[in-house]
Every structure is written in C-alpha cells, then in structure tokens.
Write a protein that binds this ligand. Sequence first.
Ligand code: ATP
Ligand code: MG
Length: 327
Amino acid sequence: KKVIFSAIQPSGTITLGNYLGALKNWVALQDDFDCIFALADLHTITVRQEPAKFRRNILEAYALLLACGIDVNKSLFFMQSHVHTHAELAWILNCYTQFGELSRMTQFKDKSAKHADNINAGLFTYPALMAADILLYQADLVPVGADQKQHLELTRNIAERFNGLYSPTFVVPDAYIPKNGARIMSLQDPTKKMSKSDENANGCIALLDKPEDIMRKFKRAVTDSDACVRYAEGKDGVNNLMGIYSAVTGRSFDEIEREFDGKGYGDFKAAVGEAVVEHLRPIQERYADYSKNKDYLEQCYRASAEKALAISLRTLRKVMKKIGYIL
Ligand code: ATP
Ligand code: MG
C-alpha cells in the first residue's frame, strides 16, 4: 500500500476550509492507503499561544478529527510533539534548505506581515519541519489544501537534493489536492483564505459552530452587486459559496447555476448555510461523545505515537548514517 502523511495545526478551532481542503480526503483515503496523520503542535508555536488555550485546542482538535472519521484502527493519528524524530530530522533538513528558498514562501510573507511583532526563526523554517514530517514516513501522497502546494514543492526539492547528494533515501512525495474545496476563502474577504487563526470570526465557519451561527455567517457573506448565481471571474464571493455548496452536496457548478436560476442571493446563501449545517450535524454529535472521553483519546494518541516513532526512526537512522554520524 502507498503511504499517506498529512497534519493539521491545533492553532484554533478547525474550519470548514480545513475540512473541505484536507480532512475530508484524509477520511476517504484511509481504506486504500497506509495513513499517518498528526496534530502539528510543534508548528503551532511559530505563532505565540496562550498555554491553557493551546492545551484545550490540542485536545479539541484530536477529538474533532476522530469525529470527522479518522479511525485509529486504520490509521495512525498522534501529536507531533510526542514523536521526537520530527524535531530531530527538521534540524538536519534545515541544513539542507537554503535561505533564498525559504524567503520565497508566501505563507512566511503573509504570516510575518500579520505577526510583525514576532517574526521568529521557527516561522521562517516552518517548511523544513513540514518536510521532516512527511519524509520521515516515506510518504507517497500528501493530502493538503491548495495553500500548502508551495511548501510541498519545497519538500520535494529538499528530498531530491538529499537523495542526489548521498543516495536514494527519501521517497519524493506528491501533493493530493481536491478539485473542489481546495481553497475555501473568508466569507468576509473572499480574496483571503479562510484560516483557523483569523481574528474575524464572521469570515470563518468553525466545524463546531452552532447552526444559528453558521446560518448568520452565510447570510452576511460578502458577494457582489450582480445578483446572479454563476461562476465567473471577479465574483470571488459567489464563486467561494458555490465551491462550498458543491463540495458539501456533490452538485456541479452547472447544476447549481440551474438550481438558482432567477433566484436571488438571499435564497442561495440560505441554501448553502443549510447544506453546511446538515453536513456538520453528525460530526458535531460524534464530537460531543469523543470530547467527554479523555482516557480513550489518550489511549489513541499514545498508541499511535509509539508506532509512528518506530517507523520514523528507521528513516532518521538511515539519514544520520549517510551524513556520517556514528550511531
Ligand atoms: P493557520 O491559520 O493557523 O495556519 P489554517 O486554517 O491555515 O490555520 P493549517 O493547520 O495550517 O490550517 O492547515 C491544515 C490543512 O488545512 C492544510 O492541509 C491546509 O492546506 C488546509 N487548509 C487551510 N486553510 C484552507 C482553506 N482556506 N481552504 C482549503 N484548505 C485549507
Ligand atoms: Mg495554515
């Protein structure tokens, strides 16, 4: 079986963007691949976290992903900080990653503009840690949203560089990006991606939002003055809503345009809101159960971390030997 690796940061409440861009695929791929999933809690401290809230976010994200359908009987799912090989390989890969390459990363530019008071070295070298996460497990495919495409390209370059300098060591992974929902935009500013860490909660649908909040946010979503539901250049708000509606109902853009022919944005937004509420309802119900059962969650993440450590150590040892370390 081919190997899948992906991770998500416990940096806030998981959003509809995370779900449609990545998590939905994680769940779907579990039957056909060896899947390894992590909460990227080492990545999260590239932005300052309040300790009590960070702890809550980690456990919430873990329970919520189980509720989305991550199944620890099929896949590994653990906290990145529990598997020490991630930080170790990241240091090594830092030394095989160029300053110029990291300087071109748009996420670094965006996040350093947003957190100008804390442009730390970790924020800059984030992609080397991400490369370590993926390469440790010799992953073939990495299901991510479109915003991570550039980082994955860098991971491939780092892997090829290392393989070329020594001898084949890492599998060079491919991105696995969904056609629909790969890039969900903010409901308030459809030129910016929806983000967990966005301070404007109205732009962002959290998977755990109450139905009335979801409806309200969709009703207030920014659109345009054209008042016609169709997919077209310059209609970022409507395009985004159509993408969301298509991803949760499985309908094509043509079908959606026909469905709302002659209807206004009010009807359309309400329909999108209702479809999302219904899509999230079973996830929210399962979350309520999992989140009560802290002992079960702990059993799951400890057992997965132990297995992940064993797999990743094989790669780390191979890498260290090639570099010349005495093991
Ligand atoms: P942060 O703002 O803290 O970076 P985030 O919402 O970008 O949070 P990440 O943990 O960085 O979430 O990413 C988790 C996964 O979700 C990644 O695969 C990423 O590509 C995907 N993703 C993030 N935002 C979106 C979005 N707006 N649309 C589709 N996929 C997304
Ligand atoms: Mg992100």
